[in-house]
Design a binder for this molecule. Sequence first.
Ligand code: DHE
Length: 550
Amino acid sequence: SDPAAAYEPSMTTLAQINVELPGKKPGDPVMTAEEFQMGTEIYFQRCAGCHGVLRKGATGKPLTPDITRDHGYDYLESILTYGSPAGMPNWGTSGELTEEQINLMARYILLDPPAPPEWGMPDMKNSWEVVIAPEDRPTEKMNDIDIDNLMSVTLRDAGQVALIDGNTYEIRSIIDTGYAVHISRISASGRYLFVIGRDALVNMIDLWMEVPDTVAKIKIGMEARSVETSKFEGYEDKFAVAGAYWPPQYVIMDGDTLEPLKIVSTRGNIYDEQTYHPEPRVASIVASHYNPEFIINVKETGKILLVDYSDLKNLKTVEIEAERFLHDGGFDSTHRYFLVAANARGKVAVVDTKEDKLVSIIETEGQTPHPGRGANFNHPVFGPVWATSHLGDESIALIGTDPEGHAEQAWQLVDSFYGLGGGSLFIKTHPNSQHLYVDAPLNPDAEITSSVAVFNIPDMDGDRDTEEEYTTLPIGEWAGIEDGQPRVVQPEFNKQGTEVWFSVWNAKDKESAIVVVDDATLELKYVIKDERLITPTGKFNVLNTQHDIY
Ligand code: DHE
């Protein structure tokens, strides 16, 4: 036989595959161009985060037309209206989508998803703006703010962040940003604050200015969740990195100006079955303290990338096979090990950032671990542990993190006990605190969503057969908000580790608040209210974030 024949493409050509497109297929629901446009917008805002732009599924189920058409319109309309115990929000009964919008979305997802455009260097460069050049910035701190104790607070639906003084509770500055800023990160020096909107707009804010404000900005894609800056010795404040959900890629930028230097696509094969995935989104990113590397978690292919930023022209990357659906995570207390939840797989992957190797993959025995950055503390029985709560059930999992002093427990699930209920997103403690705080903002019960569980660490007995007792703090009630059903979300400590702050996150047109609790007494210390405090969600203390203290 002719060996050259083996190289002949055996499949249909691209032109043939596309022969039906664009155009209508048999059974397509009736939809006007305006309706399709509206559906695309709603899908982007409400659905893409969990189901993916191409609807291949991740935290949410896959929604490609082969599947949705099997379910049919009535089923889709019902699940969109009422939600599901597995975590699908009740968009209809919660009032977040109208009946007409639900009807539209049930038809919309019967159709093929439109593929949004790419976003390469010319697009990034066009969007890039240096508002104040490095040479025109202050050479010393120009304000009287205790920067270490500043809190960067996302005002989600306002498309802003508030910088709140951790000593006086005063709002020192409100800065326009992208929509629904997901996280704030601080440069190694503590001077610059980086935030990223859901719309992939990155703002770089100079905390030395008289009134801290944006000095550079850039849009790195259409959808994004993560930003970080270089922390390794010799590279402090040198680079920034941001990861996008769409297009699936990350970009390394100049740490002074946000000039985009290198864009790397994350499209590729799934780590185990080694089949191609068109939309492997960039989830959490952290900066290594042991090497000049960014640790970049690629969700759908289950790969952890250790990207060496010391030579961008000859980029070296260690690609670790971990687990699919990597989402959020943080360091252990020594900052050597990074733990990340593969949330839809119920697992936590551990990487040794000194040796650049996978250490372990641990089942948390709960449904959908969701640690935020997790919580590190010294357990009375097991020594140093890292904790995560869960989105899908009420359990809290503790993982041993001390291979030297507690080798038997290292990278094992050492204990699992119950908090207030499912729907937890974040868990937190501080080296100076004896308390572990666990929220439950996505619980279906309004009383639970507005409360927080607090465990007393010295009382933990380490017996897997007994439950740990906890105190319930009625944070929502303490906020004294009359109208709406606010959710209490994301505990964050002040720099001394003496106070813990909670967002009381209400609808956009209703009053929200931040409740400050005294960590020693567990009593209410202060309620921050201000008409500018619209939909507060994530809060990031400068010192704790700068040094990865959590
Ligand atoms: Fe988040 C962290 C993605 C929904 C508030 N969220 C993260 C991280 C990722 C992520 C990848 C880790 C970033 C890092 O560390 O580099 N979040 C997603 C989603 O895909 C998801 C599930 C759906 C979506 O459509 O976005 C989602 N997240 C939410 C929310 O609904 C929250 C409560 C409010 C919001 O902004 O929409 C929310 N996510 C947060 C916060 C953090 C976060 C406050 C950082 C927590 C921390 O302490 O580090």
